[in-house]
Design a protein around this ligand. Structure first.
Ligand SMILES: Cc1cc2nc3c(=O)[nH]c(=O)nc-3n(C[C@H](O)[C@H](O)[C@H](O)COP(=O)(O)OP(=O)(O)OC[C@H]3O[C@@H](n4cnc5c(N)ncnc54)[C@H](O)[C@@H]3O)c2cc1C
Length: 281
């Protein structure tokens, strides 16, 4: 916890009320670079990676894909937005479904900015998402976001691309139910998120975070991301933490919520030492 004076030393632009929380080890990475390095290390160690190979169905430990069949002794399901669908084929993820939430960012365009650090608002504990914040990328680009807009199908990144009718009907059904029963204040969340489609409203949120950052310079939308958020269909509540299910045949990583990228190496170690060893032994 730091006082205003210390905050000014770190970034005189950062705005707060009386005190602030400072996390000196927070940092940015280039995720593409991390993944590409990981890929080359794994290939060096003899791991075979089959890209563009979609798992369509699994029965009796045979995985049916668009590129043929694979037999497996043990399956680890880390399929993000589709992890629940795969888990269900093994009898797991009961009473759970992924409800996708899209995260859009606005990028501070042409002008030079003077922000020196990431700046976050205090999170709303009702949601598993952080509020709209400033992110500095590795190449010092400034981003504002992400939003938490309810999406209507799993890969609802832009327009009607990757539209899936079955997913649409299922997701609309649950989103309407959440809206009707106003579970975890979903109505308020949905309305406040829809307002963020209006760029003016969205950039006004940036004013709460800093003194001297020109809101009008947030002029470019960047590629959105979609959160694979698990909903408990019985309680109509969002799951707030990682969920791991499995048996001697398979292990399913459900609800790898943010910051799942940051913790991925530590989490993988934990899975291997704590979960996999015990299940396979
Ligand atoms: C807007 C936004 C901002 C975020 N910010 C941060 C952050 O600042 N820090 C952080 O740590 N995390 C952040 N996250 C969260 C992080 O990106 C995710 O938690 C993380 O990517 C989850 O990793 P994963 O491997 O479980 O799933 P994914 O990264 O989604 O990977 C799943 C993989 O499975 C594949 N797949 C899916 N279905 C099939 C199938 N049927 N057959 C074959 N392959 C399949 C997909 O193609 C994909 O490659 C953010 C997420 C979003 C959306």
């Amino acid at each position: 916890m730091i006082e205003l004076n210390r905050l000014k030393e770190i970034d005189q632009n950062a705005k707060t009320y009386q005190k602030a929380l400072y996390s000196p080890t927070t940092a940015s990475v280039d995720p593409k670079l991390v993944c590409s390095k990981l890929k080359s290390i794994l290939i060096e160690q003899g791991v075979q990676i089959n890209f563009s190979t979609k798992c369509k169905r699994i029965k009796n430990n045979i995985i049916y894909t668009n590129k043929g069949q694979y037999a497996c002794k043990f399956l680890i399901n880390a399929a993000g937005l589709y992890a629940d669908k795969i888990a269900k084929q093994f009898g797991f993820a009961k009473n759970r479904i992924i409800i996708p939430f899209r995260g859009n960012y606005l990028v501070y365009g042409s002008k030079k900015h003077s922000i020196k650090t990431h700046i976050y608002p205090v999170p709303n504990l009702l949601n598993p998402f952080l509020g709209v914040h400033y992110t500095l990328t590795v190449n010092n680009k400034l981003k504002l976001g992400p939003t938490s807009t309810p999406a209507f199908w799993r890969e609802n990144y832009k327009g009607l691309s990757r539209f899936n009718l079955q997913e649409f009907l299922q997701i609309i059904y649950y989103e309407s139910k959440l809206f009707l029963f106003n579970s975890f204040n979903f109505r308020r969340l949905a309305i406040s998120e829809i307002k963020k489609y209006n760029r003016k409203y969205f950039v006004r949120l940036a004013k709460h975070l800093s003194h001297n950052c020109d809101p009008t310079s947030f002029d470019t939308w960047s590629k959105p991301g979609i959160r694979a958020q698990l909903l408990n269909t019985k309680t109509l509540k969002l799951e707030m933490d990682f969920i791991i299910e499995g048996d001697s045949n398979s292990l399913h990583i459900l609800n790898a919520v943010s910051p799942a990228f940051t913790c991925s190496f530590a989490f993988a170690k934990y899975l291997v030492s704590e979960k996999l060893k015990k299940t396979i032994d």
